[in-house]
Design a protein around this ligand. Sequence first.
Ligand code: GDP
Length: 484
Amino acid sequence: VFQQQGVNNISSDSVEKPIDKLIGGLLIDGFDERSCLSRYQSANYHKGLSAKPSSYLISRLRKYEALHKQCGPYTEAYNKTVKELRSGQFSKSSPCKYVVWISFSGLGNRILTLASAFLYALLTDRVLLVDPGVDMVDLFCEPFPEVSWFLPPDFPLKSQFHGFNQKSEQCYGKMLKNNSVASSTLPPSFLYLHLVHDYDDEDKLFFCDEQQNFLKKVPWLLIKTDNYFTPSLFLMPSFEQELKYLFPNKETIFHFLGRYLLHPTNNVWGLVVRYYESYLANANERVGIQIRVFDTDPGPFQHVLDQILACTLKENLLPDVNREDDIVSPSETPKSKAVLMTSLNAGYFEKVRDMYWEYPTVTGEVVGIYQPSHEGHQQSEKQIHNQKAWAEMYLLSLSDVLVTSSWSTFGYVAQGLGGLKPWILYKPENRTAPNPPCRRAMSMEPCFHAPPFYDCRAKRGIDTGELVPHVRHCEDMSWGLKLV
Ligand code: GDP
């Protein structure tokens, strides 16, 4: 994996593969390397992409970058459109339209929604601007050349972001509910789109072509969401053709967009690299185990520990131990596994680590267990807390095999960036480990937890997980949708 230093069994006659620092053409050369080391160094740590991006995707990214350069913060076009936003009147001729992503929810959710919002921007020829919130600038580098993706602090509507909700006057769902938009209505200069998990039927009409036709005319769309809504874009006839060209392989949307957009800042990258080099780089195999327990009681719980062990043993991800006989089998150089565990709690890690210290493995392999942090509880507004969370998602993505917890966007980010189909630990019911304890995911894509179940044309409810073979219900959440 770490080809540059050749730590992984590169024999003298094998040809070292050149490192693809531009990640299959997703990235362009020419950024200042030192201001964002991860951008060109990540290829040294990740495996290559799990598939080749289409040449159409690459050309669309270049086209997007040109648009961003033309329309991004403080460009002439931006200044003009902001002026029009202030005055509430706009000229149809403006070349630039925007999607403003409002910083909202836990970090895993935010990463998924950034990718979804960017895809929506690509599909609708809009420019994506990112509300920096409290910590986005500390976590992510600039992905586009020359012009920032961060929304400037003097953006006129900024003070309203926090208060936007379904009841806001400018909420599109609310306007639809009040019948205050007709196709003849003069489009407003901006609209708020509420795509948060608690959204209602009118908000969900965002996923209908008819409403998209109206939204096309609105220069500023402000989106608040905590969901990876990409799967539902794949069910809209108006985007179908374009998506087919962009992503002939439907499983790679977040994988590609994540690797294109999300580059850890230097301080986060330091956390990733120091940890990787210290504990993971030299092992023959890296196993990531992401533990997320959605229980009001912090745990640790015996049933969760039982489930982790049952899954990793049954699926042959980790070797069993010999509790009867503690004679160390004399193998030449034993194979090593490094297990990266992440959890808010240290309890699971301590138990698993002690087990592999106290007993030999039946295979003679040596197993090291590592956990970077145990932060106790979610503290989404604290800076170093989120830097660690981002570093840990990234470290998990560098695994060779991955085990994740149901329902967790933290795990989805790791699997998507890593191009890994994880084994998913099923959600325990009544504090009992489920049987089977885990199952392999169908695809590496994240799950959309709150999709609409509506047929826009027939105007009635429908099971959107049954319409096309590539949009299915998720393994870990029966009502969710994912791309396969
Ligand atoms: P989700 O709630 O699992 O979908 O993931 P999110 O990332 O959206 O929100 C959970 C938040 O809790 C993370 O952003 C972290 O702040 C924190 N968190 C949860 N699990 C871990 C973990 O294993 N390590 C660290 N450092 N933080 C975690």
